[in-house]
Design a protein around this ligand. Structure first.
Ligand SMILES: [Zn+2]
Length: 173
């Protein structure tokens, strides 16, 4: 983009070295070297552009379900939306009420280990590019501490998104 969409002024674009991608709803997802921010030199409007959002979200979902410990409220919301489900859909699937799903997602109630496992399995089924070990599920119930959002760092390689840092990829046995 060379002209501002708002005022027609000329723009400058820079590439962000480390971009904290909070727009996805998760606080600790860092995109390395792939985000471009364009700023209008006249009105100051900024435009952020990110390539290949769908595969990026798939990779983030894959990292989240590999984390150890309970899913944090923001992660529950991210995965549920990634599946394309409404709160009511997810409530039906887990045999609970939409209000309960809201409470899980705003941190007012702790989602139980059964619903946690179910959500991860549903996402794993939709994520064929990765190997998923059920051992991760075994330790979900063991962890009763407060859930901390996972930290993931991603960069865009020639073959698509790859992890720079994040929960280890599990290779099948
Ligand atoms: Zn402008």
């Amino acid at each position: 983009m060379t002209q501002c969409l708002a005022c027609g002024g000329s723009t400058k674009t820079r590439r962000e070295k480390h971009y904290r991608y909070t727009e996805c709803g998760l606080p600790n997802v860092i995109i390395e070297d792939a985000v471009r921010v364009t700023t209008c030199e006249r009105c100051g409007e900024t435009y952020t552009s990110l390539p290949a959002i769908e595969p990026l979200h798939r990779q983030i979902a894959a990292a989240v379900i590999r984390k150890k410990g309970r899913l944090a409220p923001a992660e529950i919301r991210f995965l549920r939306k990634w599946l394309g489900w409404s709160g009511a859909d997810f409530a039906k699937c887990t045999g609970t009420k939409p209000e309960t799903v809201s409470r899980w997602e705003n941190g007012k109630a702790l989602m139980g280990p059964q619903a946690d496992r179910l959500l991860r399995v549903l996402v794993a089924k939709e994520t064929p590019v990765m190997e998923y070990s059920v051992d991760v599920l075994a330790q979900v119930a063991a962890d009763d501490g407060p859930a901390t959002p996972v930290r993931v760092e991603l960069e865009k390689g020639p073959k698509g998104w790859k992890f720079r840092r994040g929960p280890a990829l599990v290779t099948g046995t």
